[in-house]
Ligand binder design. Structure first.
Ligand code: DP6
Length: 335
C-alpha cells in the first residue's frame, strides 16, 4: 500500500465541508524506549514499538485557515514553500486535499519549546497538524486513527496525542492501520508521576543526518541492528512494567541503557552515525560521576547531541542538576 491509498482508505466517504479555520495543540514527547528502524519506509512503519513521556504544555499549536494561496508561517515568520519545513507540511496536507476539499490554505504554526532546549519539534508539529486537519475538514476521526495518520508525517508524532506515558504499537498489518499509539494507564498516586526532565542543550544546529535517512542506513549497514530489534520489545516490556508498577529508579536506568544501545547501533553503522559531540560525552560523564556520588540522575539522548536528564522529583536532586547544568530547562510532564 502507498501513502495515497492509506489516506484514501481512511478518508473515503468523509464529509467534504471544511470550516474557515481550525486550531489544535499537541505536546512534544521524549522516547524512553526508542523507535529506531522502519519496516516500511513508504508508510513509515516501525520495526519496534516505543514508549515516550509527553512534555505537558511544551509543544506546537497549529492553525489551518482557508486562503487564496498556500502559506506556511512558523513562529511569525513566513517559510518559503520550497524549504523542507514548509514542503513537508504542504505535502502532508496534499494527501488530505486529494480526497477532500482542495482549496489553498494557510498553516500558522507556533512552537513554544524554547530553542535553548534543543528539542526537535516534528513530533508535536505533525500531531498538531493532524488534529487541526481533523477539525478543519470535520473528519471526526478517533485518536488512534489520527495517531496512525501523524505517523506518516513523522513516526514519533504518533505518540504526541496524549499527555503522560504513551506507547506506540509497531503493529503487524501491511496497511499500517494497527500501528498507532495509546496512553499508558497510571494510578493517580503512581510514583511514576514523579518523573521530571531537565533539558541540557549541547548544540541547536540542524542535524547533519536526519533520523529518517539515518534509520534506514542503520538498518542496512549496522551489524548490531538485528540485536537491537531482537531486544527492543523485551526492553520495552521491562520499561512498561517499571512505569505501571511505579518503579521509577528501574525506569530511569532502563531508559538510559536503551538510549545508549540505540547510539551503539548508530555508531556501528557503516559509515558510522555519530550524533554525540565532545560536550555530550562530558555531560554523560558528569551524570555518571554525580551518580557515583549518590545522585539519582539519568539521561536519554535522541538523534542529536543534546541530553535529556531524567530524575525523580526531589529538591536535592534538582539542586544538584541546577549546580552542574546551570542552563538546564526543567520540565514537569504532569504539571
Ligand atoms: C531517536 O520520528 O523523527 O527520536 O519517523 O523518520 O520522522 P521519522 O523519525 P522520527 O525519529 C525519532 C527517533 C528518535 C527516537 C524516538 O523518538 O523514539
Amino acid at each position: 500500500m502507498n501513502k495515497q491509498e492509506f489516506f484514501r482508505q481512511i478518508l473515503r466517504g468523509k464529509a467534504n465541508s471544511p470550516r474557515d479555520n481550525a486550531t489544535a495543540f499537541a505536546p512534544s514527547n521524549i522516547a524512553l524506549a526508542k523507535y529506531w528502524g522502519k519496516r516500511d519506509t513508504e508508510l513509515n512503519l516501525p520495526c519496534n514499538s516505543s514508549i515516550s513521556i509527553s512534555l505537558g504544555s511544551l509543544g506546537t499549536k497549529t492553525t489551518l485557515r482557508a486562503s487564496n494561496q498556500d502559506r506556511v508561517v512558523l513562529n511569525g515568520e513566513e517559510i518559503p514553500l520550497d524549504k523542507p519545513f514548509a514542503a513537508k507540511i504542504i505535502n502532508f496536507l496534499d494527501y488530505f486535499r486529494a480526497n477532500l476539499w482542495q482549496g489553498a490554505m494557510e498553516v500558522i504554526t507556533e512552537n513554544n519549546i524554547p530553542t535553548a532546549a534543543g528539542l526537535a519539534s516534528s513530533a508535536s508539529g505533525f500531531a498538531a497538524l493532524t488534529l487541526a486537519a481533523n477539525d478543519f475538514w470535520n473528519l471526526d476521526l478517533d485518536t488512534k486513527t489520527l495517531s496512525a495518520i501523524a505517523r506518516i508525517g513523522s513516526g514519533s508524532a504518533a505518540r504526541s496525542f496524549w499527555q503522560g506515558f504513551v506507547k506506540w504499537q509497531r503493529g503487524k498489518n501491511p496497511d499500517g492501520l494497527d500501528s498507532y499509539a495509546e496512553p499508558l494507564a497510571l494510578a493517580e498516586n503512581s510514583p511514576s508521576r514523579n518523573l521530571r526532565l531537565a533539558l541540557v542543550k549541547i548544540d541547536e544546529k540542524a542535524k547533519k543526518n536526519p533520523s529518517r535517512d539515518a534509520m534506514i542506513h542503520s538498518a542496512k549497514t549496522s551489524p548490531y541492528f538485528s540485536a537491537w530489534i531482537a531486544t527492543a520489545e523485551i526492553e520495552l516490556h521491562k520499561i512498561e512494567a517499571a512505569i505501571t508498577s511505579g518503579n521509577i529508579q528501574e525506569l530511569l536506568q532502563l531508559a538510559e541503557s536503551n538510549a545508549l544501545a540505540m547510539h551503539a547501533v548508530m555508531l556501528a553503522s557503516r559509515p558510522s552515525l555519530l550524533y554525540l559531540q565532545a560536550e555530550s560525552i562530558v555531560a554523560i560523564k558528569k551524570v555518571w560521576d554525580l551518580r557515583e556520588h549518590g545522585a539519582e540522575i539519568f539521561f536519554t539522548i535522541d538523534a542529536g547531541p543534546n541530553l535529556k536528564l531524567l530524575f525523580e522529583e526531589n529538591a536535592d536532586t534538582r539542586a544538584i542538576i541546577e549546580n552542574n547544568f546551570p542552563s538546564a530547562i526543567f520540565v514537569n510532564p504532569f504539571a
